[in-house]
Design a protein around this ligand. Structure first.
Ligand code: CA
Length: 580
């Protein structure tokens, strides 16, 4: 067996990148959302699903009045038919359709609305169920063109439900068309996640081991150790990690991405006016750098009046402008090139502390200012966009409007969508539809502060939410909001005070080990191949063989990158090297 001499052995690693061959048994999911306001609505998604007369081609069949309003069937000059509610006596008065909804089904709701006059009317799409009113989607409707909405619904009991539309201004008429209500089973729903993960986040890889004569080498053992994953999955930390060895070990053995819970906020860095103290955030950043952990910059300013440094609220507008301008320059210059993102004016969909004092252009001005000192993408960051369908303030439609407003205000640099994700009970179709809607902005989307309030289903809900967002093609990163404090975390801890995992920590560890293929070991087959599907990222492949000396192995670094297209073309990349 001369060929097995170490000095003669040649290892060829061949990566065959193959489009995931999936058995498609489930109804495909339509991830599309159209942000443009159109002259005519597009066809309803899923041909309307369970909606009767979704395109209004059959007069008003299936539709009836809701509350006190006049409903009519109308036709445009070019022949499109739609429904109109006028003479509305209150916000919810208009038209509706009845459905029989099933518990455990996931409903995706979409459609198009227009109003008789005005250009920014918030319209809520609501189901009246036996157990109350369930918001399903939000649109910002204008006159002269059709705006799409997309949302989701789950019901906790099977039974009748009535779909209707609500908008506060009763003097406007509501028009609707191309309405779709599409049920999915949970098995179908999960298959969409799995397919997306295979298609977007992973590639099939075939690693072949051959000897120096090019003969396939069966029974070689291949261990794959992930260096850095392409999909960032991290967790918040705080200053306790500086002095607590157990916390330090727990965190740094798990994560490569983080955010500081409070330490980079204005109230931490400038507790009294003019006395800046960055010592704690400096220490945290230095520690993270030394461990190869990337940090989000959170946050420069916060639009919530409750979370200003205590000397700020009493400032005059002129003084506030000077102090905030100094703050932006100070923190962004200080950490320029050292953070991966900046949350610039945190929660400016819900709050307007700076706008109320400095004018409507305040946020855009601070984004422009921050961009002068660092090239890192500047993020919006807010809550309830994916986690609370009742909250219209930060609905996906309003989020898109805020992005337009920042652009119109003159900030044209790199921008990101930060979704905090402070959940109670997740509504998975609403999460996915909201992400679909936001994806139309073609900006990076990160889940920045994911946690679930405590309760019997906390860990299960956390697991569902993580799978939903990792399984969405537009999400580019995920940070869990669970910095440890001895007297309790913000809403959710991952460990007890001895850093033993709680059920939530086990969920996070399962995701982490799945994403990193921790412990993945394969054996080459009779053709010398080991085939697997790997998450995109950097790996070290360690190859050993029974005929090799016990202490010898081959190591090779490989990078699994996303394929440029989704064709069936097989790409073969070969690497050869010999032992020393
Ligand atoms: Ca129509």
């Amino acid at each position: 067996m001369d060929i097995m001499k170490r000095e003669n052995l040649v290892l060829v690693l061949s990566y065959l990148l193959i489009t995931a061959g999936f058995e498609v048994y489930a109804q495909n999911y339509d991830y599309s959302y159209t942000a443009e306001c159109l002259k005519n609505p597009l066809k309803p998604q899923y041909n309307g699903g369970i909606v009767v007369n979704p395109e209004l081609n059959d007069d008003l069949n299936g539709w009836s009045s809701f509350g006190d309003a006049k409903i009519e069937h109308k036709v445009t000059n070019d022949g499109n038919k739609f429904i109109v509610a006028s003479e509305r006596k209150g916000p919810y008065h208009g038209f509706s359709q009845n459905f029989q909804l099933e518990k455990d089904k996931f409903y995706v709701i979409s459609g198009w609305v227009q109003v008789s006059h005005g250009d920014a009317h918030s319209v809520a799409v609501i189901f009246k169920t036996q157990n109350g009113f369930e918001h399903a989607a939000w649109a910002i409707a204008k006159s002269g063109c059709w705006s799409m909405f997309k949302g989701g619904l789950v019901v906790n009991a099977s039974g009748p439900a009535e779909l209707y539309f609500e908008t506060n201004n009763t003097s406007i008429d509501i028009w609707a068309d191309s309405i779709s209500v599409k049920p999915f089973s949970q098995e179908e729903w999960k298959s969409h996640q799995d397919q997306t993960i295979e298609k977007v986040r992973k590639s099939k890889v075939a690693i072949q081991v051959v000897d120096s004569k090019g003969m396939p080498l069966p029974n070689a053992t291949i261990s794959l150790i992930q260096g850095r994953a392409n999909f960032p999955f991290g967790c918040a930390i705080n200053k306790n990690v500086l002095n607590n060895t157990a916390y330090n070990n727990w965190f740094f053995s798990r994560f490569k991405f983080t955010v500081f819970e409070d330490e980079m906020k204005w109230y931490s860095d400038e507790p009294s006016q003019g006395k800046e103290d960055y010592s704690v955030s400096d220490s945290l950043l230095k520690l993270c750098k030394s461990r190869g952990v990337s940090v989000r910059g959170h946050n420069i300013l916060w639009d919530d009046p409750k979370f200003q440094p205590n000397w700020v609220p009493s400032l005059s507008p002129q003084q506030l402008s000077a102090a905030a301008t100094k703050r932006v320059g100070s923190v962004v210059r200080k950490y320029s090139g050292q953070v991966i993102h900046w949350d610039v004016v945190n929660e400016n969909l819900h709050f307007n502390f700076f706008e109320s004092k400095l004018g409507q252009g305040a946020s855009a001005n601070f984004y422009r200012l921050a961009s002068q000192f660092d090239k890192a993408p500047l993020f919006l960051n807010d809550f309830n966009t994916i986690e609370e369908q009742k909250d219209g303030a930060s609905s996906p439609a309003n989020y898109l409007a805020k992005i337009k407003q920042l652009r119109a205000g003159g900030y044209n640099g790199p921008l990101g969508i930060g979704l905090e994700g402070h959940f109670n009970t997740p509504n998975q179709p609403y999460i996915r539809s909201s992400l679909d809607t936001l994806a139309s902005a073609k900006l990076p989307i990160w889940i920045t502060e994911l946690d679930v309030s405590s309760g019997p289903n906390q860990a299960q809900f956390l697991d569902q939410i993580i799978k939903e967002v990792v399984g969405h093609p537009a999400v580019q990163g995920l940070i869990i909001w669970s910095a440890w404090k001895p007297n309790g975390c913000f809403r959710m801890c991952l460990t007890d005070n001895n850093f033993k995992n709680l059920p939530t920590g086990d969920v996070v560890d399962r995701v982490r080990t799945t994403l990193s293929h921790e412990g993945l070991i394969g054996t080459t087959n009779s053709d010398g191949y080991f085939e697997t599907s790997l998450f995109h990222g950097d790996y070290q492949a360690i190859v050993t063989h029974p005929l090799l000396l016990a202490d010898s192995s081959f190591q090779h670094n490989l990078t699994v990158i996303p394929t440029a297209d989704e064709s069936d073309e097989i790409r073969l990349l070969s690497y050869k090297f010999t032992t020393a």
